[in-house]
Design a protein around this ligand. Structure first.
Ligand code: IPE
Ligand code: IPE
Ligand code: MG
Length: 242
């Protein structure tokens, strides 16, 4: 797509991506799964730059689910090492591109140094005014709702809120979610062909437009992103109306 065509597209404000297919990418090449994850991290960096340049305001990526702990110790360990390495690189990429970084998910389960790294990344990019890049780590939509329920119950106990029909709206509930600082995704992309949500942004994707591509995450690029945005532009969003 040339730049004239691109200028005719409405750019979604919030794009969320289920980055899937790293393992299959590696398998196809006779490599261990962790090679796919490494290649996938490079794709993340490139996608952050592409999204920032396209004028997307929020980009959320699913990096590690609450269910991904089920994988082998070797694979989970390799993913933790990649987080460590890429958090440092990401600070650089974010600073250069005026990107604010945020993490969603329950970070309490991560080792201390990773938690510190996350805080540093968030603090040092907090003033950026361009793209907000959100990484979902140890994130599960059901776990997020569970934690929100606990936080609400605590506020009721503390006398800060009332648990009655009139004073607790959907917006109030959304305020307890990890994503309270941003709008819901307009466009949800899943790579590698799987037609499921895998516990990602269950509440927030109520009216997101879904695009599934067969491209494996390490092969994702600007053209695939623009193609998904073009498909988004063909959709008629009705939100239950006519
Ligand atoms: C996505 O790729 C990355 C993570 C879930 C961490 P996968 O590792 O799920 O790759 P496939 O689905 O096995 O190909
Ligand atoms: C979803 O991919 C989680 C992430 C992309 C982090 P999975 O590979 O874990 O999902 P399933 O198991 O195919 O549903
Ligand atoms: Mg997968």
């Amino acid at each position: 797509m040339n730049d004239t065509d691109l200028s005719k597209l409405q750019i979604p404000e919030h794009v969320a991506i289920i980055m899937d297919g790293n393992g299959r990418w590696a398998k196809k090449r006779g490599l261990p799964r962790t090679f796919g994850h490494k290649e996938g991290c490079k794709t993340v960096e490139q996608t952050v730059e592409d999204a920032a340049r396209l004028g997307i305001r929020y980009l959320t990526v699913y990096a590690f689910s609450t269910e991904n702990w089920k994988r082998s110790e070797e694979e989970v360990g390799a993913l933790m090492q990649l987080f460590r390495y890429y958090m440092v690189r990401l600070l650089d990429v974010a600073t250069k591109n005026n990107v604010r970084v945020k993490m969603i998910g329950d970070r309490r389960r991560f080792p201390e140094d990773i938690r510190k790294g996350i805080e540093k990344l968030e603090d040092q990019t907090a003033e950026a005014t361009g793209l907000t890049f959100v990484i979902a780590v140890n994130y599960g939509g059901r776990d997020e709702l569970r934690r929100a329920a606990l936080a609400f119950a605590q506020d009721v106990k503390d006398g800060k809120r009332e648990a009655d029909e009139a004073s607790f709206t959907e917006a109030d509930l959304a305020g307890y979610l990890d994503t309270s600082f941003m709008p819901d995704p307009d466009l949800l992309i899943r790579t590698s062909g799987e037609l499921r949500l895998s516990n990602f942004l269950l509440w927030q994707c109520a009216y997101s437009e879904i695009v599934v591509t067969d491209v494996l995450w390490p092969d994702f690029n600007r053209d695939v992103l623009i193609d998904a945005i073009a498909q988004f532009n063909q959709r008629s969003r009705r939100y239950g109306g006519v």
